[in-house]
Design a protein around this ligand. Structure first.
Ligand code: OAD
Length: 257
């Protein structure tokens, strides 16, 4: 099967529209590119200002946190503030709309920014956690943010050290395992879908990147939305060349037509 590349100037292929209109079970996998137009930098983009000289792939690790918890905490605090200033873009809103129209719709995300939920998406499978939550690094119990702010006497929390130990963001770091229940639900949705929509991911990080492959192996058709070719592009039937906020509203409009 050859991948067809569709650019923003092209009309949506009729076969794609037909497939979309008939699909009863759709699974969607989103990555950092989904939130790029909300102002959240993608993972592999250069960091700005203070963080320019740090590699996110080095900071998002248990070893980095063990070595220097304050540095990792400060980096997440910077990203949290970015996320707090961001709002869902037209792509996030279009996916929330798609969910209302398709009975068997599952949204799987690698993003930790919570923008899908803010856009109105429900039951989002957050494979890599959520940056807005904190957990105890020893017990992995969620920590109530008001409790944390009270004990640290300040908000935002200036330090990962609190009276009972170390606090960390509730995210999955490199070399850590994903929550098995969330992963299992994502796998089931991919294995059972007719259409797999892959948006804004480089397809480099596993097991997330294996999820669309599973769908394709089970004969689902893959559509990718990305302004650049990714590791997954060659498995897509169509690559919609462009941004999430451009293409996703067009897909919703095609569904209505
Ligand atoms: P990356 O930063 O690796 O890739 C972002 C992708 O988004 C690239 O393929 C871009 O071409 C694409 N992109 C950029 N702008 C876009 C836009 N406006 N619309 C659509 N696509 C756009 O991010 P991920 O692939 O999501 O994991 O990274 C996967 C995981 O690696 C992350 O969840 C994180 C990480 O490092 C952990 O932290 C465990």
């Amino acid at each position: 099967m050859r991948t067809s590349c569709v650019t923003a100037d092209d009309a949506l292929p009729l076969a794609l529209v037909d497939y979309l209109q008939k699909a009863e079970r759709i699974a969607v996998l989103t990555g950092a590119g989904m939130s790029a137009e909300s102002g959240v930098p993608t993972f592999r983009e250069a960091q700005t200002g203070l963080w320019e000289r740090y590699d996110p792939l080095e900071l998002a690790t248990p070893e980095a946190f063990e070595r220097d918890p304050q540095l990792v905490w400060d980096w997440y605090q910077w990203r949290r503030e970015l996320v707090e200033r961001s709002v869902p873009n037209a792509g996030h809103l279009a996916l929330a709309e798609l969910q209302k129209r398709i009975p068997g719709f599952t949204l799987i995300t690698q993003n930790v920014d919570g923008l899908h939920e803010l856009a109105g998406s429900e039951e989002v499978l957050e494979l890599h956690g959520n940056i807005c939550r904190s957990i105890c690094s020893r017990t992995r119990q969620r920590i109530n943010p008001e409790w944390l702010a009270r004990h640290c006497g300040q908000s935002p929390i200036p330090s990962p050290h609190h009276p009972q130990g170390l606090v960390r963001p509730d995210v999955v770091w490199f070399r850590e395992s994903l929550d098995s229940y969330t992963l299992q639900r994502a796998i089931e949705a991919a294995a059972d879908c007719q259409l797999m929509l892959v948006i804004g991911t480089s397809g480099l990080v596993h097991p997330a990147a294996s999820i669309p492959m599973l769908a394709v192996e089970r004969n689902a058709l893959m559509i990718e939305v990305n302004p650049a070719a990714s590791e997954l592009s060659r498995h897509a039937r169509w690559r919609l060349d462009g941004s999430a906020a451009t293409w996703l509203p067009r897909l919703v409009a095609a569904l209505r037509s």
